[in-house]
Design a protein around this ligand. Structure first.
Ligand code: ARG
Length: 273
């Protein structure tokens, strides 16, 4: 009897120890305090890593200009971040639900998106261009209207631009979950052209000479666009990141990252006008 009591006491003590251990491990999530000053929680940064050279996967790792850029900006702002590839549509869903803190994915700042999200100051100038086979008779945006099938990434400004030319409900527009799939469709002959961000398709042509594709520019048809970091509406970190974006542009860190990926000096003045 005495023995049984001892065993149950030991078990009770063990249970209490386990419970208190659970309690302490729980309290380490969120904002921690170490030596008096508060340490910020790691921010969740989401991307669609199928848009080289801005964001893509290399040996299972997410890399690209945007990734180096956001790392530099976060460091400047004093935040820890974790970048995760989730896909294009999920970026918007996660920011809506405030599951993610920042989206970086060559995201164009525009009025429609501004109604639902906050954006940082601009960090990159872009425009849509047309990717076609070398022997294509498509020479301008207007030629896309000549019974051509055009592949785009779903819910991008490329899709919007093509809808502007062919009409919103045109069955000549094939929409894909990511831009690599749109390019594959062109390669397989299922489309006559891809419309996407200039840097991405120019990079593709450079890296895949055997595909015999060329890039058509039409600055009268396609507007100038600027990329921004995207935040949930009302985000409290936006101000810190705006400050940090400006700082990395002004202190030369931006130019370093830019030269690593594009081998030329950036024109940072266009980001400020
Ligand atoms: N700049 C275009 C837009 O915002 C395309 C961006 C696509 N980005 C990507 N990672 N797939 O609509």
């Amino acid at each position: 009897m005495k023995q049984l009591k001892l065993v149950s006491t030991v078990l009770m003590v063990a249970l209490l120890l386990v419970l208190s251990a659970c309690g302490t491990s729980k309290s380490t999530s969120g904002t921690k305090t170490t030596g008096g000053d508060t340490e910020k929680k790691t921010l969740r940064v989401v991307t669609d890593a199928a848009y080289a050279p801005f964001e893509y996967q290399d040996k299972g790792e997410v890399v690209g200009f945007d990734i180096d850029f956001i790392n530099a900006v976060a460091k400047e702002a004093g935040y820890k971040i974790k970048v995760e590839h989730v896909g294009w549509d999920p970026i918007f869903v996660e920011l809506d639900k405030k599951i993610a803190d920042i989206g970086i994915s060559s995201i164009t700042i525009n009025d429609e998106r501004k109604q639902s999200y906050d954006f940082s100051v601009p960090y990159f100038l872009s425009t849509n261009k047309i990717l076609v086979p070398k022997d294509s008779d498509i020479k301008s945006a207007a030629d896309l209207k000549n019974n051509k099938t055009i592949a785009v990434q779903n819910a991008t400004t490329g899709q919007e631009a093509v809808e502007g030319l062919l009409g919103k409900n045109s069955d000549k527009i094939k929409k894909f979950e990511n831009n690599n799939l749109a390019i594959l469709e062109l390669k397989g002959g299922g489309a006559d052209a891809v419309v996407a961000d200039n840097t991405v398709i120019e990079e593709y042509v450079k890296n895949n000479p055997k595909d015999n594709f060329v890039v058509i520019e039409d600055s009268a048809a396609f507007a100038k666009e600027f990329y921004g970091l995207m935040f949930p509406k009302g985000s409290k970190i936006k101000a810190d990141f705006d400050k940090a974006v400006k700082a990395v542009i002004d202190n030369g860190t931006y130019a370093e990252v830019y030269k690593k990926w594009f081998k030329v000096e950036p024109d940072t003045q266009i980001l400020k006008d």
